[in-house]
Ligand binder design. Sequence first.
Ligand SMILES: Nc1ncnc2c1ncn2[C@@H]1O[C@H](COP(=O)(O)OP(=O)(O)OP(=O)(O)O)[C@@H](O)[C@H]1O
Ligand SMILES: O=P(O)(O)OC[C@H]1O[C@H](OP(=O)(O)OP(=O)(O)O)[C@H](O)[C@@H]1O
Length: 221
Amino acid sequence: MTAADPLVLAVPKGRILDEALPIIARAGIHPEDAFHDPKSRALSFATNHPNLRIIRVRSFDVATFVAFGAAQLGIAGNDVLMEFDYSEIYAPLDLGIGHCRLSVAEPRELSEHDDPRQWSHVRVATKYPNITRKHFAARGVQAECIKLNGAMELAPTLGLCKRIVDLVSSGATLKANGLVEIEKIAEVTSRLIINRAAFKTRSREIGDWLTRFEEAVNVTA
Ligand SMILES: Nc1ncnc2c1ncn2[C@@H]1O[C@H](COP(=O)(O)OP(=O)(O)OP(=O)(O)O)[C@@H](O)[C@H]1O
Ligand SMILES: O=P(O)(O)OC[C@H]1O[C@H](OP(=O)(O)OP(=O)(O)O)[C@H](O)[C@@H]1O
């Protein structure tokens, strides 16, 4: 990448995008019309700034694009950042969106007589195997993780395993599947992320974007 190349901002396709768009707009970034067209198959979009493009990728991939310097800026939940723990990502700004928590859950009936302090081994279905293993290892519990990419809440009902680690917001998904939260692992919000090497080589431009995002977030604070 040279200083003449446009910077790339990676945003997640999913639910965060709706909350992120007003912040992006307040930061003065307006993507071309195709970005808002659900029928468009384009993945990379021009903005009103010739030196900034915007790409729309899956939430976990935002972190990967930024860590490898393919995008210099991004928006990602700290669930994703904790799971990868990329040293190349700097996450200076909490955007105050995507509020939820990462929790351990199990069937309500099991929770009535279960004592997590007695566990030495636990089998867990999750999209977050690294966070899960680290969380349990900190208190000497070995976690065996079954990786799923969604619908974790089905795992206990269908006998895949009794516990899950997943995101909880309203708690409605757990409730609808007969599960209860038994431990909170982390609070989650989304952050503005920056590739560290790019921040060194293009500090003025990226610093300007960081300031614009800080101002955009402070408007709502
Ligand atoms: N229920 C929720 N409430 C608030 N924020 C959430 C919730 N679920 C997920 N998030 C946040 O949104 C991010 C993206 O979640 P989402 O569920 O949209 O991903 P997804 O669509 O399952 O991902 P993908 O399809 O890219 O694998 C998460 O990493 C998390 O930070
Ligand atoms: O506590 P709640 O408000 O019910 O929110 C929690 C649900 O939201 C997320 O799933 P999402 O809807 O994004 O689906 P997916 O992860 O299965 O793709 C998360 O994985 C939970 O299933």
